[in-house]
Each structure stands twice: as structure tokens, then as C-alpha cells.
Design a protein around this ligand. Structure first.
Ligand SMILES: Cc1ncc(COP(=O)(O)O)c(C=O)c1O
Length: 431
């Protein structure tokens, strides 16, 4: 184990944290004095062996994945093979970003430009942006009280112009895949998974990203696999994979390298434009090295999350986000709802030294709240946009979101628990 990796293997018990019952917001002492270790800020989960891997690629002077080498001798080709083993899927394609992976999935599925693609009103703005990049139009759907895409709402709003559904496993929580796949099957449209926030998370023992026709991931800098920029696509559909590969920029027969045991399942690579959404060899080398340690990092997320969630389960005035099935979350974010008080609650937590955000705060232009996607609603007033998805609006306005870095120590978790209890108690005592 590296020095800066935490050992969460031992069972941990809450440690009482001495607290001043007066809120820091009201001049009391904060629960925590040091900054909350939010996300990785690029640095903490990259190890000397990862640097060596990247240097190996740099020193090779072979930076382009499609030079003279066969795929199994390239970093990108090896990374893709390792991803197939990790996800238990037939195909993986390394891409330039999560957004391009999402767009490639839609385009390679043959969805006609101009079609509507349904997606939830709670996601990062990259989801509707990727739908637009694929030449389609985002069709927003409400979310339920646990912030999952609401399949009943999708059924209610359904129109025959919707040609695909993009589920998002937002903040690491799995969408309700059984209900969604059944519904999509009835409607005869594919499901794509924006699994960017849920790399490595599972639902019923199966990795998120492998339920739909294709799943997309990002390797941008604050993700569990971090190459600064980058992403990948996973799928079992060979024709979709072949088209996505050409679209990503495999020209003049290079597609064949992805099918070493036979002919590619599409007749020609000349029917599709080349969009240059490829990954390069340096990033792939870095990611291959990081992938080896991913299970350790995922275990740390899970241990921290379960520790915090079980210690706060009895707090009556917060409603902790519920997964669609036991264990169907990554553990990278602790989210709860505080109807009527979320903005104040998040602010009080920040004063206690815990980085917390009210997802639907009107004082914070959070790009995960659909009414801030001005590019979709030119000229509309915020209230009119919010009326389009009343439940997403309400539940985001009620939600408090706290990032749980995989590097949190037990002391960090104890601070978080103490701070949430302190603020919740203060809230209970107020009118
Ligand atoms: C839900 C979601 N989808 C897509 C993306 C886009 O990934 P990228 O930044 O690699 O394009 C992000 C980025 O954070 C995201 O959170």
C-alpha cells in the first residue's frame, strides 16, 4: 500500500468529536479547522508507477494509437482489452472524453440527427451537451425523491419522437435499470448509460455501464481514473462498436485492428465521418497503471460512505438518498434532503468546515441543475424553466451534496458526522 493510501480494511467505529453546540454560522467554533479534502485536485491518487507508465509512453515516441503496431502492442489497445476484462464486456473504445464517448454511442447506434433523446433533469450539463453533439435534442425527464430518473414521468411525457433514453448514474447512484430497460423495450428504443459518475459501481453484482446498449465513462481529472482528459465507451454490440471506432477516427482500414479474429461487422469504413475523438498513447499508459489500483480506491469510497451513512441513519430531519437496490452506489458523494432548510443547512455545514452544496440553491449556479442549462432554454425565465420539471426542481432545492473523497480518513468522516448532527440538531430547535 502506498503511503498516501488509507487503510480502510479494519472495521471502524465512530469516535466522538468534541463540539461547541453553537453553530459556527452563529459565531461558535467549527467542528473542523482544516480544509475538507474534496476531490483529488488532480494529485493524490497518482502514484510513482503511474508516472513511470506515462514516461514509458513518452519515451517510446509513439503517441498515436494507430501507427504501424497491431492493437495488442499499443497502450490504447491494451487499455481497451483490460477494460473488457474489468467490465466483462465484448468491446471497449478509448476516447478523447466522456462527452465524446456519449455522443459516439448515440451516433453509432444510428439515431437520426434531430431525434429526441430523453435524459434526467439532474445530471452534469455534459449529458445534454453530448446529446446535442450527436445532432439530437435533449428531452428532459423529472426525477424522483431519491434523484433517480423517474420512469413513471418518462412514460407520462412519452412521444414517438424520442428515439433513445440516456440514463445517468448521477453522483454514483445507479438508476433503476430494471424498470428503465423494461420500459425502453416496450417503446422499442435503446438505453444509453452515462456512467461517468459511477465508474466501478455495481447494481445486483453487475457493473454500471453494461446494462444498456452502450455505457460511457470519463477519465477527466477528478474521476477515479484520471488522465486529465479522456474517456471510454463499453458495449457488447459489435456493429455499434465498429461504427463508434470509425467515427472516433479509425481510417483507411484501421478498424480491422479492433477485430483481429475476423472481419469487422460493417461493410466499409467510408460511410462515416471521422471526428477525431481518439485517445492517445500517453493517456492510455497512465490509465492502464491507474486501473490496477482502482479496486482499492473503490473499497475506500464504499467504506467511507457506509460508515457515514450508517452513523447518520437515525437523524430524523434529514432524508438520506436511497439507492435503487442495496449497495447500488459508488460512495463518492453523500446526499440528503432537508425540505425547506437545505440552503441554510449547506451553508451551516460549510461554516463547520465541511464542503457542502445545496444542489438547487438559487445562490449557486450549479451546472447539475437543469434550469442552469441556458443553452437549452434561451430567453426563458428561470421560474418558467423550473416549472417544466417540478419534482426535479423541488428535490434539487431540498438536496445537500457532500463530496466524499477516497482519501478521507476516519477522523474526516467523524468530523462530517459530528457536523451534520450538530447542524441537524440546531435545525430541529429552530422554528
Ligand atoms: C454525468 C457526466 N456526464 C458526462 C461528463 C463528461 O465527461 P468529460 O468531462 O470527460 O467530457 C461528466 C463530467 O464530469 C459528467 O459528470
Amino acid at each position: 500500500m502506498a503511503d498516501n493510501e488509507i487503510d480502510n480494511s479494519a472495521s471502524i467505529r465512530p469516535v466522538p468529536v468534541a463540539i461547541d453546540s453553537r453553530l459556527a454560522l452563529d459565531g461558535g467554533s467549527p467542528v473542523r479547522q482544516s480544509p475538507w479534502p474534496t476531490y483529488d485536485r488532480g494529485a493524490v491518487c497518482v502514484y510513482p508507477e503511474d508516472e513511470e507508465a506515462a514516461l514509458r509512453a513518452i519515451r517510446s515516441h509513439l503517441y498515436f494509437r494507430y501507427d504501424y503496431r497491431p492493437a495488442h502492442e499499443t497502450e490504447c489497445g491494451r487499455f481497451e482489452a483490460e477494460l473488457c476484462r474489468y467490465f466483462g464486456c465484448k468491446h471497449a473504445l478509448a476516447t478523447s472524453s466522456g462527452t465524446t464517448a456519449l455522443a459516439l454511442a448515440i451516433m453509432a447506434a444510428g439515431i437520426a440527427p434531430g431525434s429526441l433523446i430523453a435524459c434526467p433533469g439532474f445530471t452534469f450539463a455534459a449529458t445534454p451537451s453530448a446529446i446535442m453533439l450527436a445532432g439530437c435534442t435533449p428531452f428532459l425527464v423529472d426525477v424522483d425523491e431519491d434523484l433517480h430518473l423517474d420512469v413513471a414521468d418518462l412514460r407520462k411525457r412519452w412521444t414517438s419522437e424520442i428515439k433513445g433514453i440516456m440514463v445517468v448514474h448521477m453522483r454514483g447512484f445507479a438508476g433503476d435499470m430494471a424498470a428503465l430497460l423494461d420500459f425502453a423495450d416496450d417503446m422499442g428504443v435503446p438505453v444509453f448509460e452515462d456512467a461517468v459518475p459511477a465508474l466501478g459501481a455495481e447494481l445486483g453484482g453487475r457493473k454500471l455501464g453494461t446494462f444498456g446498449l452502450a455505457g460511457a465513462f470519463s477519465t477527466q481529472s477528478d474521476k477515479s481514473l484520471n488522465s486529465g482528459e479522456g474517456g471510454f465507451l463499453v458495449t457488447d454490440d459489435s456493429a455499434l462498436f465498429a461504427r463508434a471506432t470509425v467515427l472516433s477516427g479509425a481510417y483507411e482500414g484501421r478498424l480491422r485492428r479492433h477485430f483481429p479474429d475476423g472481419e469487422p461487422p460493417i461493410p466499409t469504413d467510408l460511410d462515416l465521418p471521422l471526428l477525431s475523438f481518439r485517445m492517445d498513447e500517453i493517456r492510455a499508459a497512465l490509465l492502464r497503471s491507474e486501473l490496477e489500483r482502482l479496486p482499492i480506491r473503490l473499497a475506500a469510497f464504499r467504506t467511507n460512505y457506509d460508515y457515514v451513512a450508517s452513523a447518520l441513519a437515525d437523524v430524523r430531519n434529514i432524508q438520506i438518498r436511497r439507492p435503487v437496490a442495496p449497495g447500488a452506489y459508488l460512495g463518492e458523494a453523500f446526499i440528503f434532503r432537508v425540505p425547506g432548510r437545505a440552503q441554510w443547512f449547506a451553508r451551516a455545514l460549510c461554516h463547520e468546515g465541511i464542503e457542502a452544496r445545496n444542489l438547487g440553491s438559487d445562490a449557486d449556479t450549479n451546472i447539475r441543475a437543469f434550469w442552469n442549462w441556458r443553452f437549452l432554454f434561451t430567453g426563458m425565465a428561470t421560474a418558467a424553466v423550473q416549472d417544466l420539471l417540478p419534482n426535479a426542481t423541488r428535490y434539487l432545492q431540498e438536496a445537500v451534496d457532500i463530496p466524499l473523497s477516497s482519501t478521507l480518513t476516519q477522523a474526516d468522516c467523524d468530523h462530517l458526522i459530528a457536523a451534520v448532527r450538530k447542524v441537524a440538531e440546531a435545525a430541529a430547535g429552530q422554528p
